[in-house]
Design a protein. Structure first.
Length: 75
C-alpha cells in the first residue's frame, strides 16, 4: 500500500511539474502575442495618420475652403 502511494505521489508531482511548465510556456506565448498585437496596432495607427496627412496635403484650395469655411476673410 505504501509503495503504491509513493508512486501516485511521484506521478502527481511529475504531472504538476509538466503542467506548470506548459502553463509557463502558454503565459510567455500570450505575453509575446500581446506585445506583437500592440506593435501592429501602433503601426496601423501610424499608417492611418500618415495617410490622413497625405490626403490633407493633396487637397485643393477649394476643398480646404469647403472644409474649414471662409474664416478670416477680408470681405
Amino acid at each position: 500500500m505504501r509503495n503504491r502511494k509513493s508512486k501516485e505521489d511521484a506521478s502527481l508531482s511529475l504531472s504538476d511539474a509538466l503542467n506548470e511548465d506548459v502553463l509557463a510556456k502558454l503565459k510567455a506565448t500570450k505575453k509575446e502575442l500581446t506585445k506583437v498585437e500592440k506593435e501592429e496596432e501602433k503601426e496601423r495607427q501610424k499608417q492611418i495618420r500618415l495617410e490622413r496627412e497625405e490626403r490633407e496635403k493633396n487637397k485643393s484650395f477649394e476643398e480646404l475652403l469647403d472644409e474649414y469655411g471662409d474664416f478670416g476673410s477680408k470681405y
